[in-house]
Write a protein that binds this ligand. Structure first.
Ligand code: UD1
Length: 425
């Protein structure tokens, strides 16, 4: 990313109720593992419904550096030909900007018997280790050394194993799932993540010929096979993007419909919206919220792995509680330090106190615009939501965080009537 781009800011003038409809993009957290899974194929693949995101660009750069051929058409279908791969290395410079790069570890090891992937290191929301990825691959017979900041892994051929994960990890489950598809024998992963994006990855792998059952439950059974072929696969809609726009509608007292989405992946979130007094309507592939000009009611939330309330929606609900009627309580149990947005919301007048991993808020009717700084992806989303209900202008700095995970955010918000623009530098 160029310097100019990383310096750009969003300027939002709040106060207007958002009205209208928009279409959900493909899920960031599904497309990243699916792009990594193309490394397992011995034929070209086509991935459709790919969102236009910096994390997708980074993943393409990562695969491209390994020698994989990628072609993107004007409708964001990506054709991937993994057969030209010549390097099995994921460098620090890329992994540092996107932790999900760790997802190439399992596929490289399973298909090519070797991988060298930089350790991701810390990030804004906590230490986020990858010990369970490593432990699981070792159980499948890999030899792994961590030296000079790199994970160096080798294996003749991985073998099936019985793995019980100590805690629920999304990318950890995905790495082991991908590795197991080409292992000799059967792998059982217990305490597996049940996120819809894990199911989407399993569906894609099965379309490539894999034999995976149990996706969406906490036990995955993978019968290893000798080769995986190509497939044409459409990525699942993004539930976090969907819910963020629905909240943008609700927090401003407006009415917003998101089309091309999956209400069944958002049950816990929609229930909390209803508790907050938001009227929610759903159809097979759409969700509409209507706030009818009302103020939301503060809610209590505890984040946890799917199907419970997702940590990736925590920051946005902290913004909702900040302007809601009553006392709100939001407890983060997945990440140790994911409340960076709270001090930025204070700058906009929010009354929120942090006690350990709980944010306690006393809602106030209106926030005030202020210069604020995005610190991570979902924190940025919460600042934008707050800005939409603030009096005056809010200038959000470091928005490269938001471009990692939200496809065309200012176009989509402008389509709903928000006053938002991007400045260069
Ligand atoms: C994924 C999502 C991210 C989401 C998170 C939790 C992607 C690309 N990212 O991140 O958007 O916020 O799930 O839903 O899908 N842990 C360990 N050891 C490990 C692995 C994880 O201790 O080896 C811990 C983490 O520090 C964290 C918890 O497990 O406290 C859950 O993290 P995990 O599910 O692994 O998150 P990611 O897969 O990185």
């Amino acid at each position: 990313m160029g310097n100019n781009e990383s310096m750009s800011k969003l300027i939002i003038s709040g106060g207007l109720p958002l009205q209208g409809e928009l279409r959900a993009s493909g899920a960031k957290n599904a497309v990243l593992p699916i792009l990594a899974a193309t490394l397992l194929a011995d034929a070209p693949m086509t991935i459709g419904n790919v969102p236009h995101l910096q994390d997708v660009t980074t993943t393409m750069e990562l695969l491209g550096q390994m020698g994989v051929e990628l072609v993107v058409d004007e409708r964001m279908n990506i054709q991937v030909d993994p057969r030209t791969i010549h390097t099995f290395h994921a460098p620090y410079e890329l992994v540092r900007t996107m932790r999900a790069s760790i997802l190439v570890l399992g596929p490289l090891l399973a298909r090519f018997g070797q991988a060298e992937v930089s350790l991701p290191g810390g990030c804004a929301i906590g230490s986020r280790p990858v010990n369970l990825h490593i432990k699981g691959l070792e159980a499948m017979g890999a030899t792994i050394k961590v030296e000079n900041g790199y994970i160096r892994a080798r294996a003749e051929r991985l073998k099936g194993a019985h793995i019980a994960l100590d805690l629920v990890t999304v990318t950890g489950t995905e790495n082991l799932l991908m590795a197991a598809t080409l292992a000799r024998g059967t792998t059982i992963i217990e305490n597996a993540a049940r996120e819809p994006e894990v199911v989407d990855l399993a569906d894609c792998l099965n379309a490539m010929g894999a034999r995976i059952s149990g996706a969406g439950t906490d036990t995955l059974v993978i019968e290893g096979i000798d080769r995986l072929g190509g497939a044409n696969y459409q990525v699942l809609p993004d539930r976090i993007e969907t819910a963020t726009y629905l909240l943008a509608g609700a927090i401003t007292g407006g009415r917003v419909k998101v089309k091309g989405t999956r209400p069944d992946t958002l049950e816990a979130v929609l229930l909390k919206m209803e508790e907050a007094g938001i009227r929610v309507n759903t159809g097979p592939d759409w969700i509409e919220v209507d706030m009818a000009g009302n103020r939301p009611k503060a809610v209590r939330i505890r984040t946890a792995p799917y199907p419970a309330f997702p940590t990736d929606m925590q920051a946005q609900f902290v913004a909702l509680n900040a302007v809601a009627e009553g006392v709100g309580m939001i407890t983060e149990t997945v990440f140790e330090n994911r409340f960076m947005h709270v001090q930025e919301l204070h700058r906009m007048g929010a009354q929120i106190e942090l006690e350990g991993n709980t944010a306690i808020s006393i809602g106030i009717p209106r926030l005030t615009g202020a210069p604020v700084m995005a610190t991570d992806l979902r924190a940025s989303a919460s600042l934008i939501l707050a800005a939409l209900v603030a009096d005056g202008d809010t200038v959000v700095d470091r928005i490269y965080h938001i471009d990692r995970g939200y496809d065309c955010i200012e176009e989509k918000l402008a389509q709903l009537g928000a006053r938002i623009r991007r400045t260069p530098g």
